[in-house]
Every structure is written in structure tokens, then in C-alpha cells.
Design a protein around this ligand. Structure first.
Ligand SMILES: [Zn+2]
Length: 748
């Protein structure tokens, strides 16, 4: 997955740490002594010399030659090809196979019945200049995990179909109950759109890409430019990923042959109402047939029509039916055993399945991973810790291959997995990183070491320069005052989710983007020809990505002391608590203001009269909330982290204690899990990071607390505060144990 709007969520990026003034080059690497740093840098130089853009191009050409969704013929050919490459380079290769539900379309039909008639084409046009688009193996546009359905009703335009859009419709007095809604792509994980539509009583959802967001209003369309062809459609899953990831029939357990399975009808994550994605060419006649109020200014897209909200007189019939088949998902797992500490695993993954040719998503990230694996295997001596490369299947329908593997190996991973580094579709421009707070200084040091192919400065400096010009006020202030940009927290949208949010394995997601905007995502046009013209011509950023992710893997694999940093984490947590306190204050003021307007009768004057048609409701005042346990837990964590830093700077370790310390360091992320999970979604156990229940891709930090407040469920706040504070106390205990392992000379 990892879509272009998903990128925007973590544009915030990364940690510049204190390296702005320090100048790392030639200095010690985090986790290494002085002599060992030199040896590691020499190893990285020989590693860099083996990265060849011609390899990336050749692998992409082969892997994206034909459509290769899970269960397809070319998907199987790619698995064999990948396994062959890893074997040739000396890896121990295993295929991990799961039996997973993967619906494919049997019947798709969409007609406008009134006031005029029109039948949507629902198909994407082949393009003469791009041979791939003529393939007869293409999976037609659909949303996986829509239920079967045949619904006829009046149409309502709901903008992006997110919560605030329904609040706006309510002010217009428009009810979507019993209607079919048409929403544009963007602003949230697509699965949220049918979920919210169904919550409001709608009986069907149509999703389209508006040219304002993804089409001619952004730039020339394919094949002249990179942007969405008028017939282009974004496919994608609409399962309720914020509830759990993986096979929809086997939540929490591996989808092996003997697993107990739910009936499709009982799976809580299959969408409740039929959903179909369409192109803007197909959407225009539907939107044009709507009457009712003119859409608010910020709801209007770039089609040459006046956007109306409806309902009706446009009436549509939407028919979808699917083959509810189980197919075999096949992950390729390639292992290079560690020389010294084989039971500590550094994990690095990218998915291999695509909706169709998938040159951008996911092959652009996968070819970087292959380049890394080839160059890593050529290093002598081999890595101290075990390195595991994974090419995941069935990511697109719901992070299925990775999640089933994680669920099958949960116990072993809990004991052995040090870290998981993920990539997915990647482009060119700016390094984007998100991840666990403990990894912030480590990743910042790497970003300072890798040179941007276009500008010649480090990839970190390039991001810093961007923030100085375009960053938010808060980002600029942090950069100026402290030389620090925070590592963005992870929400969801790619295969790090089961590692981080289900098992508590420290994770990061890495990629380049920002200068490869375009509309090929999940469409017929995500091809080799498109990617090599508009994505990353020459594969220079593919090589840069292999330099970043390869350093991350190799440094973790060889570090004497694992470079996890608790002070960075504590500082980030404190900022999350501050953000939530600000959120509460804002909510309190807004509520008082709204209720005050109702009481003194100025409400109608204060708003655009057209928006005030619906009667405003009085809201309960926001109570004063007790965050004291959280503040105390953060204070204790901060001082324990500082004490650990002092002990590590001054202390020494014998081999036995070093082994114990490294175990405590990488298992520290596990202490941030609560075994009971988040409310109404127990699969998600991490107390710091989760995808938003109502936003999907974007991260919610301290999710139990933040979402209770956002949903105005103030009764749930005390319990959320207590649980989060409890996990922070567990982490503080782990850090104190780690501090005691350092032997500090009393004379120091
Ligand atoms: Zn992807």
C-alpha cells in the first residue's frame, strides 16, 4: 500500500539529533567503539561499492513484467525468482505459505437510472506507448472486501467521506440514510469511507479519484505526464484495518490449513455495504446529475461541473459480486545466520505482491531490498547478528502475508527480533522516515551519512532545508531551537504494523518521495514504463534507499551495544502528552463558544446562513481531566533515561552483562504493549502508536487516550491514563535494570 496521501502523514519526518553541529563523519557510530566504528565504516564503503542501479532496473523489469497479485501465475513466478536470487547469494531460503481469503470481482456494474441514463465503463484504457497496459491478466478495478450487493438509491456527494464531512452534511440537513454515497479518494484510509457511510445508514459507496487531487489539475496525465489518466482507477482494500490486520477469517492466529476460520459473514472487518472505485471519467456524469445545495467551496473538485450535494435526483444502481476464494499467500524468508549472536534477528522486509504490475508499489522498494541483500551477503566476515530478509505476499489486501507470519512465529519473534525495517513503494526527492522513538538518533546518524543523489548534500540536510522553507511553525521552531526534528510516529499502511503494533518490535519505515508525484498508484498504469520515466529514472534514489536501509541493517547487526535511545523516546512521549493537553483545551474552548452562540442566539449570524440550516445541538461541557499519573510516569521515565545515558557514558561492561543489556534494550519496546489491547480492537496492543480508528493511515499517539478525547468519551479517560502510565512505568523499570548492568567506577 503506502499511498501518496499516506506519505503526507509522515512528511513531518525525522531526527536531526545533535549531529547538526557535531559532524558525524569520521566520528563514532552509535553502538560502536572508536576502532569498531572505523571498521564498520570501511565495511559500509565496500557495501556501497556493490550497489548497482543496473541491477535494480533489471530486477524491476522482470518482477513488474506482468500482473502479480496474490494467487496469480506471475506472483508464483516472482516467488521462484526471488527465492532463486537469495539462494544464489548464499541465504537460507524458506517459503512461508498461508491459506488466505482473497475476493476477486465476478460482476461489477454501475448505472445512472434517473434523471438521465448512463452506464459506467469501469475499465481502464490500454495505452499504445506502454505495452504493459495491454495485458489480459489485469485484475479489474474493485475494492477488496466489499460485500456482494445490488442496491438502487438516490446519490449523495459526501466529499472525502470523513467524519467532519458528515457533520457538514448534517448542518445542511442532509441525511444519507438509505442512499448511495459518492466520495472522493484522499484524507483517510479508503476503508474508513464505507465504514462511516454505513454508520450513517448509507447502503452503498462509490469512491472516485477527483482530478483536483489526482489528475489533470495536478499535471499532465499519462502518457504525456505522470498524472491520472481519465479512465484510471485506484484499486484497494476496504477491510477495517484499524481493527486488525491480516487474513480476515483468522484474526490473531496464522492462516494455516488447520486454523479455525470465521465465516465471511461473521468477520468484523469485511465492509458492511457494497463499495466500488471508479475513474473521474465515470464519476462526472453521476456528479453532474446531482441537484440540491451547491457544495461548499472546499468540497468542489476540478471537474468542469457545478458540484451539488444531492440527494438525487440522480438515482443509481450499484451491483457487485465477488469470488470469495481462498488462495495461497507465499512469503520468501531469506536468512543469513549471525556469526556471534545468531539468536538476535535484524529483520528487513518489503512486500512483493501488487494490484497489477506494481512497478512503483511495491517493486521500487523491493529492488532496493534485493540490492541490499546481495551486497550484505558479499561482506566478510558475515554479520554478528542474524539478518532476515522477507518479501511479503498479500500485503495489498490487508498486510496479510506479514501478519500471518508474525502471528505464526509470535513467540520466537518476541524472544529474538531486535528490530524491523520496512520499505514499500519509493520514489525520489526527500528521505521520509517514521518509527519507534528509541530509533530516532540512530536513524538521524544514518541520514547524515548518506548523500542525496541530486543535490550532493546529505539526505538529512536536504530534509532540513525543506523544513526551513516549508515546515510547520512547530517543526521550524524545533529545528531552530534544538536542532531536532522528531521521527514521525507510525500509523499503518504497510507491513511494519504486525511487528510494531501487535508484537512490540521496534520498527521503522523508510522511503524517498516528494518529487515523483503522479497518479499511477494502484492503477493499470503503475508500470515499468511509468516508473522509469516519472518515478526514479536511473534508479539513483533506489540506490540511496539501499544505502539508508542497508546501513540500518548492518549497524544493528554489528553493534556492540544496540543503539536504542530512551531519552529521545521520553522526549517524544512528553510531546504527545502536551499535544493531548492542548487538544483538551481547544475542545473546551470550542464547546463553550458553540454552546454560547446557541444560548445568546448569535449562532445563525455567526455562520454562513446556508450552513446553519440544521439546528445546532448543545454539547456537554468538557470536564477537567486528570493527567497527573501520566505526567508522573513521563517524569520518572525521563530521569531514568538520563541516568541510563550517564551510566552508559561512564561505565564498562563484561561480555555477560553486555549480552544481558542488549536483551533488555531490544525487548524494551515490548513493555509498551498492554496485553488487553486497545478498546474495541485488542489486536492492536501498542500503547504509544496505532492507526486512527477513524482515519486509518495516520498515526494516533497514545491512542487510547487521544481517541477517547476526540470521541468525547470522557468517562474512558481515567482508565486510558492509568494503562498508559502503567506501560511507561514498566519501561522505566526496564531502563533502571539496564542502568544497573553498567559497572561505573566509584572514582568517576
Ligand atoms: Zn505497497
Amino acid at each position: 500500500m503506502s499511498n501518496s496521501s499516506g506519505w503526507v502523514v509522515w512528511v513531518v519526518w525525522a531526527a536531526l539529533g545533535s549531529f547538526c553541529d557535531a559532524g558525524w563523519a569520521g566520528d563514532r557510530l552509535l553502538g560502536f567503539g572508536a576502532a569498531e566504528s572505523q571498521a564498520q565504516r570501511a565495511l559500509e564503503a565496500s557495501y556501497d561499492a556493490l550497489l548497482d542501479p543496473a541491477d535494480l532496473e533489471r530486477w524491476m523489469r522482470t518482477l513488474s513484467e506482468r500482473p502479480h497479485h496474490v494467487g496469480s501465475a506471475h506472483g508464483q513466478a516472482n516467488v521462484d525468482y526471488l527465492a532463486g536470487l537469495f539462494e544464489q547469494w548464499g541465504y537460507q531460503v524458506r517459503l512461508a505459505r498461508y491459506d488466505v481469503l482473497f475476493p476477486t470481482p465476478k460482476r461489477r456494474r454501475l448505472r445512472l437510472l434517473e434523471p438521465t441514463s448512463f452506464e459506467a465503463s469501469l475499465d481502464e484504457m490500454p495505452i499504445a506507448e506502454d505495452q504493459s497496459t495491454a495485458s489480459d491478466e489485469v485484475l479489474p478495478p474493485y475494492n477488496a472486501f466489499s460485500p456482494n450487493g445490488d442496491v438502487t438509491a438516490e446519490l449523495v456527494f459526501v466529499n472525502y467521506g470523513v467524519q467532519e464531512d458528515y457533520e457538514q452534511l448534517e448542518r445542511f440537513g442532509i441525511d444519507v440514510a438509505g442512499k448511495v454515497v459518492i466520495a472522493r479518494y484522499g484524507r483517510a484510509w479508503r476503508g474508513i469511507k464505507p465504514k462511516l457511510a454505513a454508520d450513517h445508514g448509507a447502503i452503498g459507496t462509490i469512491i472516485y479519484s477527483d482530478p483536483a487531487d489526482d489528475g489533470y489539475a495536478r499535471g499532465d496525465v499519462y502518457p504525456r505526464g505522470a498524472f491520472k489518466h481519465p479512465s484510471g482507477v485506484q484499486r484497494g482494500s476496504v477491510m477495517e484495518l484499524p481493527v486488525f490486520a491480516g487474513d480476515v477469517l483468522t484474526p490473531g492466529v496464522a492462516a494455516t490449513g488447520r486454523a479455525r476460520r470465521l465465516d465471511v459473514a461473521d468477520s468484523p472487518v469485511v465492509a458492511k455495504i457494497p463499495v466500488l472505485p471508479i475513474s473521474y471519467a465515470d464519476a462526472q456524469p453521476l456528479l453532474e446529475a446531482l441537484a440540491g445545495p451547491v457544495a461548499p467551496a472546499d468540497w468542489r473538485g476540478a471537474l468542469p461541473i457545478t458540484y451539488h450535494l444531492g440527494p438525487g435526483p440522480a438515482k443509481v444502481r450499484l451491483e457487485v459480486e465477488f469470488n470469495w476464494d481462498r488462495v495461497e499467500a507465499r512469503n520468501v524468508i531469506a536468512t543469513l545466520p549471525g556469526r556471534v549472536i545468531p539468536d538476535e534477528w535484524i529483520m528487513r522486509g518489503n512486500h512483493h505482491d501488487a494490484w497489477n504490475h506494481g512497478a512503483g508499489d511495491p517493486i521500487s522498494g523491493l529492488v532496493a531490498l534485493l540490492a541490499e541483500a546481495k551486497a550484505v551477503a558479499a561482506q566478510f566476515p558475515g554479520p554478528a547478528r542474524t539478518i532476515v530478509y522477507a518479501a511479503w505476499d498479500a500485503e495489498e489486501p490487508g498486510l496479510i502475508g506479514s501478519t500471518e507470519w508474525v502471528e505464526e512465529h509470535a513467540r520466537e519473534l518476541t524472544r529474538k527480533a531486535v528490530v524491523y525495517f520496512n520499505t514499500d513503494g519509493s520514489g525520489r526527492g526527500f528521505l521520509r522516515m517514521g518509527g519507534s522513538g528509541t530509533l530516532q538518533p540512530f536513524l538521524a546518524q544514518i541520514a547524515a551519512d548518506v548523500v542525496d543523489p541530486q543535490t550532493g548534500v546529505s539526505v538529512a540536510e536536504r530534509v532540513a532545508a525543506w523544513v526551513k522553507l516549508n515546515g510547520s511553525v512547530k517543526q521550524q521552531a524545533e529545528l531552530n531551537e534544538r536542532g531536532v526534528l522528531r521521527l514521525a510516529p507510525l500509523g499503518s499502511g504497510s507491513d511494519y504494523t504486525p511487528f510494531l503494533q501487535h508484537l512490540g518490535i521496534a520498527s521503522a519505515n523508510l522511503g524517498f518521495g516528494g518529487e515523483n508525484a503522479g497518479g499511477s498508484y494502484h492503477s493499470l498504469y503503475d508500470t515499468f514504463a511509468h516508473y522509469t520515466r516519472f518515478g526514479d529514472p536511473g534508479f539513483h534514489y533506489g540506490v540511496a534507499l539501499a544505502q539508508v536501509a542497508g546501513r540500518a541493517t548492518l549497524r544493528m547487526a554489528n553493534a556492540e551495544i544496540l543503539p536504542f535511545d530512551f531519552s529521545a523516546l521520553a522526549d517524544n512521549i512528553e510531546s504527545y502528552v502536551d499535544e493531548i493537553a492542548e487538544l483538551v483545551e481547544k475542545l473546551r474552548e470550542d464547546t463553550l463558544e458553540r454552546n454560547g452562540m446557541i444560548d445568546d442566539g448569535t449562532f445563525r449570524l455567526a455562520l454562513d446562513p446556508r450552513e446553519a440550516l440544521g439546528a445546532p445541538r448543545r454539547e456537554d461541557p468538557v470536564p477537567y481531566l486528570n493527567f497527573a499519573p501520566l505526567h508522573n510516569a513521563v517524569a520518572a521515565l525521563t530521569s531514568a533515561s538520563a541516568a541510563y545515558g550517564d551510566a552508559a557514558a561512564a561505565g564498562t561492561l563484561d561480555d555477560r552483562r553486555r549480552t544481558q543489556l542488549n536483551q533488555l534494550l531490544f525487548k524494551s519496546e515490548r513493555t509498551l504493549l498492554d496485553e488487553r489491547g486497545l478498546r474495541s480492537r485488542p489486536w492492536y496492543r501498542h500503547q504509544l502508536y496505532a492507526p486512527g480508528y477513524y482515519t486509518g493511515y495516520g498515526a494516533k499517539t497514545l491512542p487510547a487516550l487521544r481517541e477517547a478525547i476526540e470521541q468525547r468519551e470522557f468517562d474512558a479517560v481515567d482508565e486510558a491514563v492509568r494503562r498508559i502510565a502503567g506501560t511507561l512505568d514498566n519501561l522505566t523499570g526496564t531502563i533502571e535494570s539496564a542502568t544497573k548492568l553498567w559497572q561505573v567506577d566509584a572514582g568517576n
